[in-house]
Design a protein around this ligand. Structure first.
Ligand SMILES: [Zn+2]
Ligand SMILES: [Zn+2]
Length: 117
């Protein structure tokens, strides 16, 4: 393959990459989402407020007054919740970071087993 051919292929690849390559856009959206989530979680202390789990993949932001589901539904998804919180300057009164274990336990039983000793 001549070097001219090679550079032509490279150019085509680059164009695909720039124009509507779905995996590229998906990756970018994912990066944005992860960053948004990380920012929010960091702003709320960076770990589960119940068991101090601090792996970001386990963490989610929860509505303190336990009506998180209702709230989330009206906001059409967690992404919007994160964005709303960021835009509102991370209001601390109503929201807290919980891991999924503590979050589910609370929404199912009202309290987390961690607090029932
Ligand atoms: Zn927890
Ligand atoms: Zn817990």
């Amino acid at each position: 393959m001549s070097s001219e051919e090679k550079s032509k292929i490279l150019e085509t690849k680059r164009n695909n990459y720039r124009h509507g390559d779905k995996t590229y856009h998906a990756a970018r959206t994912k990066r944005y989402r992860v960053k948004l989530k990380m920012d929010v979680i960091k702003a709320y202390g960076g770990c589960c407020s119940c068991c101090e789990e601090d792996h970001p993949d386990f963490l989610t932001v929860d509505h303190v007054k336990n009506d998180g589901n209702v709230h989330r539904r009206t906001l059409k998804g967690t992404q919007n919740l994160y964005r709303m919180l960021r835009d509102a300057g991370y209001p601390k009164d109503d929201y807290t970071v919980l891991c999924f274990n503590c979050n589910i336990a609370r929404s199912l039983f009202g309290t987390c087993p961690h607090q029932r000793t």
